[in-house]
Design a protein around this ligand. Structure first.
Ligand code: SF4
Length: 335
């Protein structure tokens, strides 16, 4: 067993409560560069690479998914009622971007397996192409229940250490691996997931599903993220003026939130019970700020139903006028 406080491979997730630092283990494995020792099936990497050529791009199928548990309810209702996508559409870049994301995520999962498979107390399963289908049962009335499914990136059982008693216990957890945009990654790196974050809703939905399915408590998730635009020269400047090299991979533990889990069941039920998506008011409004008057921002500008939802909306180019802020480590020579 790894000794708590004797190395850096633990994170204090609450006062006196420690869980393994899985990102630290992945980073350490990536630094090593040695033959793989775990039983990880490396052929999965190739299969994932070409999978994007076979994925249908026909849009919503009428089903709800746990990965979208936190999505705009009106957009969920358009999907649920089989509305034809009529808004943002992706292009040929989608399979390439998704394939790169998939491969990077598979590499991280392979590194995680290789870093942890020899640690008896850590069990990570249902990863890669062996992802488990989990589902949440949504009671509609006394007789009817709807079932909404999803695929977490992994299911884990690992040790939690309590410093007040000095004891370890094994806890169940969900693994999610994400490659994030530069903006999203920087935010995640410094603050973790916000309560309202779509990824938080997604991972809370998986916890709920596993608890419902097994009767065991799933009250933790670990979100392991890679920034799509990270470079070896990225740095961070702290509030006190000190600086450090920024890590390309970051992980945060997210504790189960009963209010969100309750909310997930309610919002799914509300969508299923609609006769028409328009019964759900639009939760977003156009900007009233002078510089962006009338603009609809995320998630509407990425919504595949915006033309149906906002019949008077239109697209036109607009410049933000701001360069993307980045902090790079530069080399200086002293006097
Ligand atoms: S356009 Fe905006 S408000 Fe309308 S369904 Fe899409 S995300 Fe929801």
């Amino acid at each position: 067993m790894i000794g708590v406080n004797e190395d850096e491979l633990w994170i204090e997730v609450e006062h006196g409560l420690f869980l393994p630092d899985l990102a630290g283990m992945v980073l350490s494995r990536l630094r090593e560069g040695k033959p793989i020792t775990s039983n990880y099936d490396t052929s999965e990497l190739g299969k994932v690479l070409v999978r994007q050529l076979e994925e249908p791009r026909s849009g919503p199928t009428g089903s709800l998914r746990l990965s979208s548990a936190g999505k705009c309810q009106r957009a969920l209702a358009y999907d649920y009622h089989h509305y034809k996508p009529n808004g943002f559409i992706s292009d040929e870049s989608a399979p390439i971007v998704f394939a790169v994301g998939d491969i990077v995520e598979m590499l991280i999962v392979a590194a995680l397996h290789d870093a942890t498979d020899h640690v008896k107390a850590i069990n990570i399963s249902s990863t890669g192409l062996s992802q488990e289908t989990v589902y949440v049962d949504v009671p509609l009335d006394d007789k009817r229940t709807a079932r909404v499914s999803g695929h977490p990136d992994g299911v884990m059982a690992l040790p939690m250490y309590r410093s007040d008693t000095g004891e370890f216990e094994i806890v169940n957890a969900i693994l999610e691996v994400k490659s994030m945009s530069d903006y999203g990654f920087k935010k995640f790196r410094s603050d973790g997931l916000s309560r309202e974050d779509l990824y938080n809703y997604q991972t809370q939905a998986y916890q709920l599903a596993k608890t419902q399915m097994t009767g065991d408590q799933f009250n933790w998730s670990y979100v392991l993220a890679l920034g799509k635009s990270v470079t070896v020269k990225d740095g961070i400047v702290r509030e006190d003026g000190s600086w450090a090299k920024a890590s390309p991979i970051v992980g945060h533990w997210a504790k189960g939130d009963d209010d969100i889990k309750y909310n997930i069941i309610n919002r799914l039920r509300e969508v299923i019970e609609t006769q028409s998506p328009e019964e759900i008011p639009r939760p977003y409004k156009p900007s009233t700020a002078k510089a962006t008057q009338g603009q609809l921002r995320f998630p509407c500008d990425w919504c595949s139903h915006w033309k149906t939802c906002w019949p008077n909306a239109y697209e036109e180019p607009a410049s933000s006028g701001f360069y993307q802020k980045s902090t790079k480590i530069k080399l200086f020579v002293g006097e």
